[in-house]
Design a binder for this molecule. Structure first.
Ligand code: 26Q
Length: 821
């Protein structure tokens, strides 16, 4: 079937060539003979900008002129990755640019590889924000993403003797062609100091915050091009600087050097992204970072609101603010402060506005990940905000909790924003749930657990507040751009509008048993594996066969995600092979990519162990290349884009109930990998769509995990009852993988036995092995495998971020599209 909606490129090949050459000359003061690939990349980006800026201005005029309701997506993280290939795709000028560059003797793919990743995020939460702003622009919703302009994004990972070393990420060391500085929208942000109370006989107490320091917030805008390039929204990132006012006092007093030190202190606020993705940092600088970001964003939102409005009743009608986890919670007391102290609104009016403006997304059930800040720190850094939080809390406890549960102090203690311990703490999630008009989880099971386990009392108090919006991923980046082979096959089979309507993928389901289609599908996978094998060889020196099963686990390193379960499965296979070199198995390549939080000991031990096991396995000639293990360093978006399309098996093996959703799971399946996974997060909904029989589901369910934990989990029972498991774990105590140094891998064994195996690896081990046995069996029948892979990809329609955004727009934001002609 020929495609209907062939994109019309807005530029010709010759124009594109001229644009790029022009930018080389006039933008970069070089020429095509002198320019290196970096310069060519830069010139191409600048040429693309000329197409983007026009649409950016047009979108802005339309939205501002009509004063449309907009959503403001506040997130401390936007894990954007590279923008060139994505922008070319969304502008629908990828092919013409490829051709243009070819004519100039340049390869577009090579130039794209020059771009440093914009790694302003840790993992799932940050990447979700990036997918969401793509969908918002694509669907034509008025939206702004607000984030921090970190000088250093997530650290660069290297391995030294198998151990993770962190190096600073320098994504904008030599400038960044995508960002536009907007000095006209600078904000001044107060910090520290004290609160003065003035008593006015008619108006009562009036609070004045005398700040001890002021930071300057400088906005940098990144245009976000929707697919089809009708709407171009912005991502506005705040950079901290020293404010002139502050500098000059010191400077004039003869303190030139001191003023420079002050300047660099101010600049530390946006200097670096915290690399912690599951435990609370608790550090003063992080709190300041969060507040700085929230204050800049709220002021910017109000500045735009005030341009067209004078009635505060209009604010909740024009503005929706979505908090991406609790990290931007300070936006709540900041809006209260501005409305009350600066705009002179009374408390009840201001509180009513806040409650109609904020919505909050929860991304975790892990107790150690729930943010808390010490009251003492708050008092020092944000004294006025602490007063406001106390007042919100007092009114909530009196007007809401006391009414529902009179005299119940236990309920009050549990729901209070303040945790009464030796070191009193502010609980950010409680503040969010109390304020927000909607709170959402990120997959069906997660949202249910938010109601039943995390916030059951809040659910009783506010029965319609807690809702679900299942995550999704953008098919532009995670299929069309990263897997051009498969994208072309889809275009030819079902037409090219699946990019905007992913439910159309269903169209390939009838082809699942068509042997010609199967063959093409598998050839594409094979080709992607060839590309991946090249990268593996280049980065690690390891040679892998593309006939092996590529079994991939890529995600942050965390014990609940259970890379260690994968590890003990690998050891099991290795042991079987050593005991019987003819052990019958389809060759496997186990691929890992993961960064560990720098202070997370056990996560780093798991990386070390996997690297040591890889060394041994990959150099063991006895096992005849049936097993390879590769831990690719510096996992990041651009590497992910090469790994998802090359995967046969997707490892989604978290302990049930702990992975809120997962989004990598969706990207794998969309690219034709089969999932080995637990009934957790979005895996459950994927199983609903795909059919459980077409996945390799294993392990305890959420309820079974709960039962086992209440009954009392005893990892030693599994150890003593399963000789193979015992021998594998004991192996870790030897010096087999670390010659001359026995015990270097013993902490992994200890965590699984002595320390209680919190994440139930041993309980799920046998069932995990069985699932892998089935994988091995199925792969031997390539037609049967192809059929399942096609059924997987064809069932992914639901998991695109356009659907997620439509859910947010209708269930939470009440937002209307504003199409730009
Ligand atoms: C908190 C306090 C201080 C410093 C850092 C942090 C911090 C930073 C990032 C805490 C958590 C994160 C990131 C969490 C995250 O990525 N969660 C994932 O979100 C995805 C999108 O919803 C889900 O799919 C994953 O299941 C969830 O783990």
């Amino acid at each position: 079937k020929k495609t209907e909606s062939v994109a019309v490129p807005s530029v010709t090949c010759a124009e594109m060539q001229q644009g790029i050459i022009d930018r080389l000359h006039k933008g970069l003061a070089t020429d095509k003979n002198k320019a290196n690939n970096k310069a060519w990349w830069n010139a191409t980006c600048l040429a693309v900008n000329e197409l983007v800026f026009e649409k950016l201005t047009k979108t802005h005029h339309n939205h501002a002129g009509k004063d449309t309701r907009a959503v403001n997506y506040l997130s401390l993280e936007f894990l954007m990755g590279r923008l060139l290939s994505n922008n070319l795709q969304n502008l629908q000028v990828f092919k013409v640019t490829e051709e243009a560059l070819k004519g100039l003797g340049k390869d577009l793919y090579e130039l794209c590889d020059e771009e440093p990743d914009m790694a302003l995020g840790n993992g799932g939460l940050g990447r979700l924000a990036a997918c969401f702003i793509d969908s918002l622009a694509t669907l034509g919703y008025p939206a702004i993403g607000y984030g921090i302009h970190y000088e250093h994004g997530l650290f660069k990972q290297e391995f030294q003797d198998g151990r993770q070393i962190e190096r600073p990420d320098t994504w904008r060391e030599y400038g960044n062609p995508w960002e536009i500085c907007r000095p006209e929208s600078i904000q001044l942000i107060p910090l520290y100091g004290y609160v003065e109370t003035l008593y006015d006989p008619t108006e009562g107490a009036k609070k004045i915050w005398h700040a001890g320091q002021k930071l300057k917030g400088v906005p940098w805008d990144i245009p976000i091009v929707g697919y089809g390039a009708k709407t171009v929204n912005i991502l506005r990132l705040w950079e901290s600087r020293a404010s002139e006012a502050f500098d000059w006092d010191v400077f004039n007093a003869g303190g030139y050097v001191d003023s420079q030190a002050e300047k660099s202190r101010a600049e530390t606020v946006s200097k670096v992204l915290y690399p912690n993705d599951s435990t609370d940092a608790g550090k003063e600088l992080r709190l300041i970072q969060q507040y700085f970001f929230c204050a800049c964003s709220v002021k910017d939102i109000l500045r735009r609101f005030k341009r067209a409005n004078s009635d505060w009743n209009e604010l909740p009608k024009k503005v929706a603010i979505q908090l991406n986890d609790t990290h931007p919670t300070m936006a709540i007391p900041e809006l209260m402060r501005i409305l009350i102290d600066l705009e002179g609104l009374d408390w009840d009016f201001a509180w009513d506005i806040c409650q109609k403006t904020f919505a909050y997304t929860n991304h975790t059930l892990l107790p150690e990940a729930l943010e808390k800040w010490s009251v003492g720190l708050f008092e020092k850094v944000l004294p006025r905000h602490l007063e406001i939080i106390y007042e919100i809390n007092a009114q909530f406890l009196k007007n809401v909790v006391e009414k529902k549960w009179p005299g119940d102090d236990q309920k009050k203690a549990k729901l209070s924003i303040i945790e009464e311990s030796d070191n009193r703490m502010v609980r950010m999630a409680n503040l969010c749930v109390i304020t927000a008009y909607k709170v959402n989880g990120v997959a069906a099971v997660h949202s249910e657990l938010v109601k039943t386990d995390l916030f059951p009392e809040f659910h009783e108090l506010f029965p319609t507040k807690l809702v679900n919006v299942t995550n999704g991923v953008t098919p532009r980046r995670w299929l069309k751009t990263c897997n051009p082979g498969l994208a072309t096959l889809l275009d030819e089979t079902i037409g090219d509008d699946w990019v905007l309507n992913l439910d159309k993928l269903k169209g390939i389901l009838p082809k699942a048993t068509d042997s010609k289609f199967q063959q093409r599908f598998m050839d594409i996978k094979k080709q992607n594996k060839v590309e991946m094998a090249k990268i593996i060889k280049e980065t690690t020196g390891v040679e892998v066969s593309v006939d092996a099963i590529f079994d991939v686990q890529i995600k942050r390193l965390h014990e609940y995600k259970r890379q260690q379960l994968n590890l003990i499965h690998i050891l099991t296979l290795y042991k079987r092979l050593l005991e019987n070199p003819d052990y019958d198995m389809v060759p496997r390549v186990f691929l890992f990519g993961a960064k560990a939080a720098p202070g997370y000991h056990m996560a780093k031990e798991i990386i070390f162990a996997l690297n040591k096991i890889a060394d041994k396995v990959n150099n063991d000639t006895r096992i005849k290349d049936k097993l390879k293990v590769v831990f690719l360093p510096n996992y990041r978006v651009s590497l992910a884009e090469k790994m998802f399309p090359a995967a046969d098996i997707s490892e989604q093996i978290s302990t049930a109930g702990l992975e809120a959703s997962g989004t990598g799971n969706m990207k794998f399946s969309l690219n034709g990998a089969l999932t080995v996974g637990t009934m957790d997060g979005a895996n459950i909904e994927m199983a609903e769509e795909i059919g459980e029989q077409h996945m390799f589901i294993f392990g305890l369910s959420v309820d079974e995990v709960k039962d086992l934990k209440t009954k009392g989990y005893k990892p030693y029972d599994y150890y003593y009852n399963n000789p193979e498991l015992k021998s594998v774990l004991d192996w870790l105590d030897s010096d087999f993988f670390t010659p001359g140094h026995p015990g270097l891998l013993s902490d992994i064994k200890r965590s699984l036995l002595e320390w209680g195996d919190e994440y139930l690896c041993l309980a799920d081990y046998a069932s995990y092995l069985e699932a892998h046995q089935k994988i091995d069996a199925l792969y031997r029948d390539q037609a049967a495998w192809a059929e399942k892979a096609i059924l997987n990809a064809g069932a992914m329609g639901k998991f695109n971020s356009d659907r997620s955004i439509e859910d947010y727009a209708s269930k939470i934001w009440k937002l209307k599209k504003f199409p730009i002609a």
